[in-house]
Design a protein around this ligand. Structure first.
Ligand code: ZN
Length: 107
């Protein structure tokens, strides 16, 4: 299931999240929205997909990614969840929380 957020990027461009990858809106035609991997400039990733402009259904599945950030992004997401969890469930200071979370992700 694709999630589209209208101000999902630092440039206030629409962003689409799908399968752990993020895509930025490239352009649109009468029928389709063209998306490209958010890492297209950073990693020169050429993955693209098309969605229907009316229903946002995927018209063309994403092509192969060449970016290498997925694992890191996932790790980072888990890491942030650890921090958020500890911040609400413990009395630890932010420094302690971060060092404890580093230990937790190493294990
Ligand atoms: Zn990519």
């Amino acid at each position: 299931m694709a999630t589209i957020s209208n101000n999902g990027t630092t440039k206030n461009k629409p962003r689409l999240d799908l399968g752990g990858y993020s895509y930025i809106k490239d352009r649109s035609s009468d029928e389709k929205t063209y998306w490209r991997c958010i890492k297209y400039s950073l990693d020169r990733c050429r993955s693209r997909l098309h969605t229907c402009i009316l229903t946002n259904a995927i018209k063309k599945s994403p092509t192969k990614h060449t970016c290498k950030v997925d694992g890191t992004t996932l790790q980072l997401r888990i890491f942030n969840e650890h921090i958020a969890h500890r911040a609400v469930s413990t009395q630890e200071t932010p420094d302690t929380i971060i060092s404890n979370c580093y230990k937790a992700t190493d294990e």
